[in-house]
Write a protein that binds this ligand. Sequence first.
Ligand SMILES: [Zn+2]
Ligand SMILES: [Zn+2]
Length: 372
Amino acid sequence: MSTVLPSQRDAGHPPAVPATMRAAVLHGPGDIRVDERPVPRPGPGEVLVQVAVCGACGTDLKIYDGHFPLTPPFGEFTPGHEWAGTVAATGPGVTEFAPGDRVCIEAHHGCGRCDNCLTGAYTCCLNYADAAKGHRASGLTADGGFAEYALHHVSALYRLPDGLTFDDAVLIATAGTGLFGLDVAGGFIAGQDVVVYGPGPIGLMTVQVCKQLAARQVILVGTRESRLAIGADLGADHVINSRDTDAVSAILDLTGGEGADLVIESAGSPGVPQQAVETVRRGGKILVVAFYPGDVTLDLSAVVRKGVQIHTSRGEGGNNVKRAVEMAAQGRLRCGELVTHRYPLEDIAEALRVVRERDGDPLKVVIEPEPR
Ligand SMILES: [Zn+2]
Ligand SMILES: [Zn+2]
C-alpha cells in the first residue's frame, strides 16, 4: 500500500507508555521480523519517543543485507535512523523536553569524551558504537526507529516547530546532512556555481540549501528524469540527464569552461567521482557525502594538478539539523512532499523491497508504526 496523504500522526499529545511494543528486529541478512519487545526506559540524559514516522534509505539496505559495519548482533537489533515522533517519557536530568513535545532527530550522539567529540566532530566519534562509553547512533549502532518507541540522547533531539509535519522532520534530517557537508567543506561564497550529482533525497535537499545560500547556479545531474524534474521544481537552475547528455561538457559549457566552484557528490555511483574531478574548477572543492558499492577509481593526479580540495562528511553532525529545522520553519525548504510511499510497521520488508527495486519510482519511503 502507498499513498501520498500527509501523516495523520501530527496531532501531538502525550501517549501512555505500555510495557511492550512492536519492533522490527533484524534476525539475519534479509530477515527482518516484527517482534514484541519491552519498551526501553530512559536513563539519565535519555528521552523515550513514540515514533510517528521513520524513513528508509540505501543505508538501511546495507544494514538489512548484513553489510554495514558495527551494527549490533542479529536477533537483537532494530534499525531505522530517520525517525521523528512525540516525546513519551524523559530520563533523569532531562529538562529540555516534556511528554507531548514533537521532535525530530539526528542519528548520532557522540560519546562526549573523546578528542573528536571534544572538538565537535561527533559523527566521527573515536568511541563509535561503544555504548558503554556513551556513543549512540540510532538505527546504526543502537536500536532505532522501526519500532513503536525509540530511545535517544537528549543531545540528538530537536523540537519540531508548529506547522512542520513528521514527514517534514524526516527530510529535515536529510537537509542536515547537506548542511553538515557544506560546513565541513567550508561552504561556498554567494554567487558561486555548485554542481550536485545525485537527485536522491540528500541531493534534492542539498539543491534547496544551496539555492537558499545564494549559489549563482545549482546544476543537478542524475539519470532519472522524474527525479530531475523534481529537482528543477525545487530550484535547480539546470538539470542534466547523464544518460543522454555528456554531463562533463554540459557543466563546462554552463560555467564558462572553468567548472564549478563546488561539486557535491551524493550519487554513490562508482563513475561519478571522476566526473566530479572533471567538472570542478581549478582551486575548487569536491564534497563527497555518498557511500559506494565498492572501490572507486579517479584521477588523483588531476586533483593535485588542479589544486582541488576533496572533503567528506558523514551524517548530519555539527548541530546542522538545528539549522535545517530553522530553514524549514522559515519556509525555505520543501521537505515532507518528498515522501512518496508509506507503510505500516508490519510491511517493513515490503518497504525495503520497494527502496531496493525502486518499484513505483519512490523518492522517500517511510514506515509509520501506528500505535495499538
Ligand atoms: Zn538514511
Ligand atoms: Zn566521542
